[in-house]
Design a protein around this ligand. Structure first.
Ligand code: AMP
Length: 174
């Protein structure tokens, strides 16, 4: 199996969820056990020699990759969720979308000062989602070791929003 096979397995859906967007559908990769495992193994290999306390996964597809990565690294998993989904006390960060705003939340007691974390999502486009997650992690005093994505849409420049904060790592680039 190769990176090209992983890349070829990602389905492109034009004009979803709105006109002009090339939606990268990763369900076609995840349902192939060999490709899904290889993708997670590649991510885990990148972080194998580092001391990671938690993988912070972003709602919702970040849970799939982040959960598998945390298992593989033998560290904990912390969810960052859309509003109203986390049951205990939370802090929130709002971020701008092309039209309007969105919000992400994390449990106040999810991380401690000095914890070393990787922030994981399926895909980075303009980077606002991961940047909001990073602000939440920072507010809890944790250290961002890296951002990790299965897919990076390089022409949208999201990397430049995050690279001052930590390393930005992606498996597949479009
Ligand atoms: P952004 O904040 O622009 O980096 O957007 C990243 C978030 O939106 C991730 O959680 C992605 O799942 C989702 N997303 C944005 N653009 C796409 C796309 N073209 N295909 C699939 N998911 C996308």
């Amino acid at each position: 199996m190769s990176l090209a096979e992983i890349k070829n397995s990602i389905r492109n859906i034009p004009d979803y969820p709105q006109k002009g967007v090339q939606f990268k559908d990763i369900t076609t990769t995840m349902k192939n056990p060999t490709l899904f495992c290889e993708l997670i193994d590649l991510m885990a290999a990148h972080f194998a020699v580092r001391k990671i306390d938690y993988v912070v996964g972003i709602d919702a597809r970040g849970f799939i990759f982040g959960g598998a990565l945390a298992y593989k690294l033998g560290c904990g998993f912390v969810p960052v969720r859309k509003p109203g989904k986390l049951p205990a006390d939370t802090i929130a960060e709002e971020y701008a979308l092309e039209y309007g705003t969105n919000k992400l939340e994390i449990h106040k007691d999810a991380l401690n000062k000095g914890d070393n974390v990787i922030i994981v999502d399926d895909l980075i486009a303009v980077g606002g989602t991961a940047e909001a997650a990073a602000k939440l992690v920072k507010r809890l005093g944790a250290n961002i070791e890296s951002f990790a994505f299965a897919i990076e849409l390089t022409s949208l420049g999201g990397r430049s929003k995050l690279s001052d904060l930590a390393e930005v790592f992606s498996i597949i680039q479009f």
